[in-house]
Design a protein around this ligand. Structure first.
Ligand code: NAD
Ligand code: IPM
Ligand code: MN
Length: 355
């Protein structure tokens, strides 16, 4: 029996809808296992930005810092530029709280149709370890000569030795605990300063582990992921490459709507943040059609992180059972069910399990 304080940021669009699903499921699950979560519900979103000119209050990060974890739905709205909404909320959380690992497991789940031929789709079980605080995502740069013929924009990638080493250690430890193999995404043939540095640093770290590290240029890796997804295990990638590869891998397993993620500070000094890989999906927001599985699987990862291991295992089993039934799948995974129907089915599996 554990107790935790969790900050909830539902955000925008389907973020709100999948958060409702998560809360409804947890309301039933936690009493079954005797665990307790005390919630702080925060309305930080594009709606708040429209009303008050900021995505979160000035002391927002201090507020989050007093919690054991953050659960986030999704952020982003077509009427607020993405570089404002995300850089005023999601990205500062990841950076301030040193969440330098973005852990993104992708698995072929029974009942979820893959766009791959069945023999290629079976057994896919990949863990993407994405560097989450530096790399191609940086604030260094600017626009110059605006409105003149010489207008230009510069964006500086930042790879630090410490930043690369620490995420490499995390990925290598994962690989030791799994198959002993890690594939490292690079692009040292085209990006000639940062990527050779990334490769050298990862190679140095890897030499101390009983792990086979294979370096693949990210373009070739993208093709191999499609052609033989089941041969990959742990994939280590920089911030941008990991972002792209994680949506690709989720698509290969059927839908971005099922993919979870954990933004982890492995030192435990700061709260970690859990969120589905997908965004606010303005194209389907408000229609009740969002797949809640990516969010529920993120909750599974959060519960595990909080030491609520039985709750975590029960929820994953209930999600898997729900997906096995064609009647309780959303449209993105080939079904006709709405978010509420899928949520109710997960709850029913949880309660059946206990009776
Ligand atoms: P998206 O992930 O929101 O949507 C991509 C496609 O996948 C859409 O067609 C959408 O309908 C579908 N989809 C996504 N999640 C789904 C689900 N749970 N169930 C069913 N279908 C689902 O990506 P986008 O369209 O590039 O971005 C929309 C907004 O979200 C933008 O503002 C973007 O910046 C933001 N975004 C936020 C996060 C985050 O908060 N972590 C992540 C990604 C994108
Ligand atoms: C993700 C998202 C974010 C990212 C965006 C919204 C900034 O795509 O979490 O994958 O690129 O990290
Ligand atoms: Mn992404």
């Amino acid at each position: 029996m554990s107790k935790a304080n969790v900050a909830q940021i539902a955000g925008d669009g389907i973020g709100v809808e999948v958060m409702d699903s998560a809360r409804a499921v947890l309301d039933v699950l936690l009493p079954l296992t005797g665990d307790t979560i005390v919630w702080t519900e925060l309305d930080w979103s594009c709606e708040r930005y429209r009303k008050r000119g900021a995505m979160m209050p000035a002391d927002g990060l201090d507020v989050l810092g007093r919690h054991d974890a953050v659960l986030l739905g999704a952020v982003g709205s077509p009427d607020v530029p993405d570089h404002i909404s995300l850089w005023q909320l999601l990205i500062p959380i990841r950076r301030t709280f040193n969440q330098y690992v973005n852990l993104r497991p992708v698995r072929a789940l029974e009942g979820v149709p893959s766009p791959l031929r069945p023999e290629l789709a079976a057994d896919v079980d990949i863990v993407i370890v994405r560097e989450n605080t530096e790399g191609e995502y940086s604030e260094v740069g600017g626009r110059f000569g605006t409105g003149t013929p010489l207008e230009s924009a510069f964006q500086q990638s930042v790879f630090t030795r410490v930043g690369v080493q620490r995420v490499a250690h995390y990925a290598l430890e994962k690989a030791v605990a799994r198959s002993g193999r890690v594939t490292v995404a690079t692009k040292s043939n085209g990006i000639v300063h940062t990527m050779p540095f990334w490769d050298e640093t990862v190679r140095e770290v890897a030499s101390a582990y009983p792990v086979t590290a294979t370096f693949e240029h990210v373009d070739a890796l993208a093709a191999k992921l499609v052609m033989r997804a089941s041969s990959f295990d742990v994939v280590l990638a920089s911030n941008l490459f990991g972002d792209i590869l994680s949506d690709l891998a989720a698509g290969l397993c059927g839908s971005i709507g099922i993919a979870p993620s954990a933004n982890i500070d492995p030192t435990g000094q700061f709260p970690s943040m859990f969120e589905p890989v997908h965004g606010s999906a303005p194209d389907i927001a408000g229609q009740g059609r969002a797949n809640p599985v990516g969010m529920l699987w993120s909750v599974v990862m959060m519960l595990e992180h909080l030491g609520m291991l039985r709750a975590s295992a029960l929820l994953m089993a209930a999600v898997e059972q729900t997906l096995r039934d064609p009647g309780t799948r959303t449209a993105d995974v080939g079904g006709h069910a709405d978010t509420r129907t899928v949520t109710a089915a997960v709850i029913e599996h949880l309660t059946k399990e206990q009776s």
